[in-house]
Design a protein around this ligand. Structure first.
Ligand code: FES
Length: 127
C-alpha cells in the first residue's frame, strides 16, 4: 500500500482545514519536512503504525493495543481496517478516524493525517 501522510500539527500551524479536498495537494507544494509530509510503502500485514516506524517515523502512540487513541489518524482516502477498535465512537469512525496501532491498510492507496489526537473533539479521548 502506498501511504501518503501529513502531520496534523502542520495542518493546524498553516490554518489549513482537515476536510479541504485539496489539502494533500497543498501540502505537497508546501516544501514540508519529510517527517511531516511524504510517502512510504506499507507491506501486507503491517499495521499503519508499524509501517511508519519501520520507515523511521516516530508517530504518536501509547498502548499499541487499541485502547487509548493516542495513535489516531484521519483517513482521507483509502481504508484502514480497525475491527477491534473499542475507543473511537461510531461518529468518529464514520468521519474517517482510525487507530494506526491496530489498523492495517486494505486499499492500494491510503492518505492519512497522523497526530490527530490534538484535533478538537479528539482531545477528550486522550488518557
Ligand atoms: Fe493506544 Fe493505538 S496506541 S489505541
Amino acid at each position: 500500500t502506498r501511504v501518503e501522510y501529513l502531520n496534523y500539527e502542520v495542518v493546524a500551524d498553516h490554518g489549513w482545514e482537515v476536510d479541504d479536498p485539496d489539502l494533500f495537494e497543498t501540502a505537497a507544494g508546501a516544501d514540508l519536512d519529510h517527517e511531516d509530509y511524504g510517502l512510504f510503502l506499507a507491506e501486507p500485514g503491517e499495521t499503519l503504525l508499524e509501517a511508519a516506524e519501520a520507515r523511521g517515523f516516530a508517530w504518536p502512540f501509547a498502548c499499541r493495543g487499541g485502547a487509548c487513541a493516542n495513535c489516531a489518524v484521519a483517513v482521507v482516502d483509502g481504508e484502514l481496517d480497525s475491527t477491534v477498535d473499542n475507543v473511537l465512537t461510531d461518529d468518529l469512525v464514520d468521519r474517517g478516524f482510525r487507530l494506526s496501532c491496530i489498523g492495517r491498510p486494505v486499499t492500494e492507496e491510503l492518505r492519512v493525517i497522523y497526530n490527530v489526537k490534538h484535533l478538537p473533539g479528539l482531545d477528550d479521548l486522550r488518557l
